[in-house]
Design a protein around this ligand. Sequence first.
Ligand code: ADP
Ligand code: ZN
Length: 603
Amino acid sequence: MQKSALKILQTTFGYPSFRGEQGAIVEHVINGGDALVLMPTGAGKSLCFQIPALVRDGVGVVVSPLIALMQDQVDTLKELGVRAAFLNSTQSLEEANEVEAALRRGELDMLYVAPERLLLPRCLNMLQSAKIALFAIDEAHCVSQWGHDFRPEYIKLSVLHELFPDVPRIALTATADAQTRDEMVLRLQLEEARTFVSSFDRPNIRYTIVEKANGRAQLLNFIQTQHKGDVGIVYCLSRKKVEETAEFLIKNGINALPYHAGLSLETRQANQTRFLREDNIVMTATIAFGMGIDKPNVRFVAHLDLPKSMEGYYQETGRAGRDGEPSNAWMAYGLQDMVQQRRMIAESDASDEFKRTLNIKLDAMLSLCETLACRRVHLLEYFDQASEPCGNCDTCLYPPKSIDGTQVVQKLLSCVYRAGQRFAATHIIDVLRGVSTERVEQFRHDQLSTFGIGKDVSEAEWRAIIRQAIAQNLIYVDFDHYNSLHLTDAARAVLKSEVTVRLREYVKPVKQRSGQSSSAANIADANLSDLEKSIFNALRAWRFETAKTHNVPAYVIFHDATLREIAIDKPARIGALKGLSGIGEKKLENYGEQIIAVVAQFL
Ligand code: ADP
Ligand code: ZN
């Protein structure tokens, strides 16, 4: 049986071999077993149910909450020659009737259904009289009442087990934590299922967290030097900031769009569609954007504001590089962010217990920002997976120096203390730097012994020091009293020189000159000769036109990686295209000649 699965992988999908656990999962489901699959975004969950659906008799039914994406998923399968269709509320009655008729005639390999549609008695009846190969429950974490994506209909999916006891079920998610896993098993009645957990590492994503000076200008510089013309997502905390950032990027010649829950449904849908279809687009968004967005060639995800948790950060950055090509996860972070997030928690009307949980989650996120060690090791550790320093994050590539900051932190702590623990960071920095503001004079802080003792340290650097002192729990911020800084108990030992303090050596944020970038994306391009680049660009132009004619996103035709391979191979005959990754039989038949013609212009 396994052999026919591999054959389908190669001939239909055009991939030479299974990745990671895919082979084992496919075999297990083909043999009728239930499975719970936890795999990071981009690792290849779809094949885990698509191939068993093709090998087993009957139709594979895929339950997915992502209605907006069903069309593209079905188009992608049709391009491969798979008989796929979907049923959801976006269709006309006639379209739905046609799909149902095809199902009754046994002419479907794969059917995507929205959960609320599936649960209608009419739909369940219809499925009971059809031959079902398997049920795939995608985004299975939607069953968790405690998660962000909770869908009440998902809980009712346990009915599948009762009505179709002999049909294998495979539940899939990219959410890793143990609590969600337990809920999926319980609510979907997957006690008998075999669980497959993959490594959550995304080696092609390069993590970078920079000191925030002027976030927007830094973002623009990052895009211009490393991601000119690339697809990206920029996350901001507020709707207002989303709009302002999009405007700013547009003014600077970048094809940007806004997305947040305050926009009308039509605008949101239109912007999402443009994002999926266009090839050089940057979506500026709140975290309302992104679930199920499986555009494979998102080359960067940027955060202009600090995410609330590691889960959020991991999920959002995970939208980069689903095609496995080098990609960047970039974030600008500063003292302001830390204070703002803490204040939002303090001022929310959540229970004290819930606030405590939120603060613990924020602490974990802050410690990722402040770490001197490998970001990836830190990130994976949070998800209970051990790893080695990766060589593909900022701290691995440009190891920050850790310096003895005891003296400078003592200056800070004693200044906070002498000013009476009633003032916020800005004022304390003025006193340390010996700046005579109105406020300094009003409180006669120019008379303090700490006035001007930190002249030699810049304002930005002082902010970085305060941030680290907060992160190391030497200072806390009182949000009820004008964000005033206070000493913690741990500060005493530092003031008495009983312990030393390590700080990250301050590096001034530098502007990267274009052409000098260390871009992940550019590295991939750099491997091509000039001729190959020309062929690659011609192939992209051809793909763009073809996608337009078929009214599908470009990646449904071919991924960049496939075009790059063609450009390197420079095939002169159709036969030579066989075996290139991403070219199955159907695509060879449909596009082989056209590709050869494009390449021939250069030979
Ligand atoms: P997920 O749903 O886990 O986020 P997808 O199923 O969308 O990921 O797969 C991510 C990408 O990896 C897709 O473009 C897919 O075609 C590709 N892919 C999956 N499995 C393989 C494989 N065995 N060989 C080559 N490419 C693969
Ligand atoms: Zn690293």
